[in-house]
Design a protein around this ligand. Sequence first.
Ligand code: AMP
Length: 249
Amino acid sequence: MKVLVGVKRVVDANIKVRVKSDGSGVETANVKMAMNPFCEIAVEQAVRMKEAGTVSEIVAVSIGGPQSQETLRTALAMGADRAILVETDQEVQPLAVAKAFKALCEKEKPGLVIMGKQAIDDDCNQSGQMLAALLGWPQAAFISKIEISGDSAQITREIDGGLEKLSAKLPLVATTDLRLNEPRYVTLPNIMKAKKKPLENVKAADLGVDVAPRLTTVKVAEPPKRSSGVKVADVAELVQKLKNEARVI
Ligand code: AMP
């Protein structure tokens, strides 16, 4: 079974983001970029499934500028077999991602697409769901476990009241939750090996997809500064302050 994995290049999760002075977005110039953490979990899952013998080929896909090649090389170093960059210089929104993946699914015919549950830059949590809808495939969002048997997948999802277990026919779109796995570190020998793995470059227009943004960002602003807290001597003082100052009880 072939697996397509979505990997997005985002501002590194350990970096404190800064809003651009004109409020048009978040500063990305000279900022450390990395693979979206939920996409790392998606790649790791595909690699573990290949190691277990349920997956025969892993294709990492990124939609974005030429710099996304770096992110794809990381996916290759983690264990993906080949990579496809759908190149565009436009801002890529979830509908565009879903359309590009749909075109690739029609060409590559994977049994499974694994994406992150959300990209930590736009926090949209939409691409996988939109892709499943466009393809008419089942979707399993926020998975914490997946097992393939025959032509179906057994999925576990963590929900408020406990664990939800689902069964779905392949082909399937799955999106990863935090506890699915812990992604491996890439080793130097694997980084070197990844340089030789195939990375195909296609233009979004060559896929026949319109990736033009449908949403306009009106304004991005820093959250209001939090004032410092106060220490209280005892529970009585805390209750008094909650009642009379914060007026929350
Ligand atoms: P989002 O819907 O934007 O929160 O993204 C959810 C997931 O969709 C990400 O974790 C990726 O797996 C995939 N995805 C989103 N944008 C891209 C992109 N530009 N290239 C590749 N995959 C993407």
